[in-house]
Write a protein that binds this ligand. Structure first.
Ligand SMILES: [Zn+2]
Length: 306
């Protein structure tokens, strides 16, 4: 059975995932990046042995999703903010040597997209976009030198806030949970009772209960989400775009507004054929996606070429 490893800045999760994408068991350990890669590798290998033992299964392959950048073909960790000093660490080769199985790695966004495409909301959809991952004809799209496109950093408002990437008004800086909560806080009068504890979840709850300012915040969020999604529809005309993340826990508040923007701006493409689907793998999407990385690379018809 395929084991999955999800490497994040704060924790590393491992699990066993069956061929239908079901997670049998999950274990995790703090990443403790500052203690170094070698120690984290030891702990990860221990957890993998435990999870196989606990589920009474044998590890026949390992898939990894990691906070990026990573090099999916050399199998090395890149220059990752959350993993200082880990650059060049050959985690694919190391796990492959320790467990004597084939190992594949992608960045976590691509892993999650592969998971939703293979086992989740995008099942049986050939062309799909989820988060930062683009799947075309069942294969993960890669840019020059395997670069991972940054969908969150396409510009939707040139007069928007400056971003670390160099642009102003990136999609993710305007259409995100924190952006929505931040806007509402900035717009709220000093005596507004919920001013100090506004999160995306809270804004959605307030909008649901009829709070006028929260409804404006939701409308604005839906507009920016819609603009970015409309751009993706126009550029890729995919079968599906899978929506996830904290904001989409209140999806019903946004979908109508999103639909209006798309219908009002995508007339040269068959926009009504692109399904907007909600992510379906839940909290374990990254771990399940990590297992799917292995299937995508090595199962029949997999993407083994560079
Ligand atoms: Zn940006």
């Amino acid at each position: 059975m395929i084991a999955a490893v999800d490497i994040g800045g704060t924790k590393i999760a491992v699990g066993m995932v069956d061929d239908d994408g079901r997670l049998l068991k999950r274990l995790e350990t703090p990443t403790a990046a500052d203690l170094g890669y070698a120690k984290a590798l030891d702990r990860t290998a221990d957890l993998l042995r435990q999870v196989a033992h606990n589920t009474g299964t044998e590890i026949t392959g390992i898939g990894i999703g990691s906070t990026g950048p990573v090099d999916p073909f050399s199998g090395e960790i890149g220059d990752v903010n959350f993993l200082p000093g880990w650059q060049g660490s050959p985690i694919v080769a190391d796990l492959s040597r320790l467990f004597r199985v084939k190992v594949a790695m992608e960045n976590d966004a691509d892993a999650a997209a592969l998971g939703e495409a293979g086992w989740g909301a995008g099942k049986n959809k050939a062309r799909l976009i989820f988060g930062g991952g683009i799947i075309l004809d069942g294969k993960l799209y890669r840019g020059v030198e395997h670069a991972h496109p940054e969908i969150g950093h396409h510009v939707i408002d040139v007069s928007g806030p400056a971003c670390l990437c160099g642009f102003h008004g990136c999609w993710e800086s305007l259409a995100s949970g924190p952006a929505m909560a931040g806007w509402m806080k900035a717009e709220s009068p000093p005596n507004y009772p919920h001013r100090e504890n506004l999160s995306a979840k809270k804004v959605c709850e307030l909008a649901q209960s009829g709070d006028a300012l929260a409804r404006r915040a939701v409308e604005r969020e839906a507009y920016y989400l819609g603009l970015g999604l409309a751009n993706l529809v126009v550029l890729f005309t995919p079968d599906a775009i899978v929506l996830g993340g904290s904001v989409m826990k209140g999806a019903h508040l946004f979908l109508e507004g999103i639909g209006k923007v798309i219908a009002g701006s995508c007339r040269y493409v068959p926009f009504e054929k692109t399904e907007l689907a909600l992510a379906s793998l839940g909290e374990d999407a990254n771990l399940i996606g990590a297992a799917r990385v292995w299937h995508h690379r090595f199962a029949s018809g997999g993407q083994s070429d560079h």
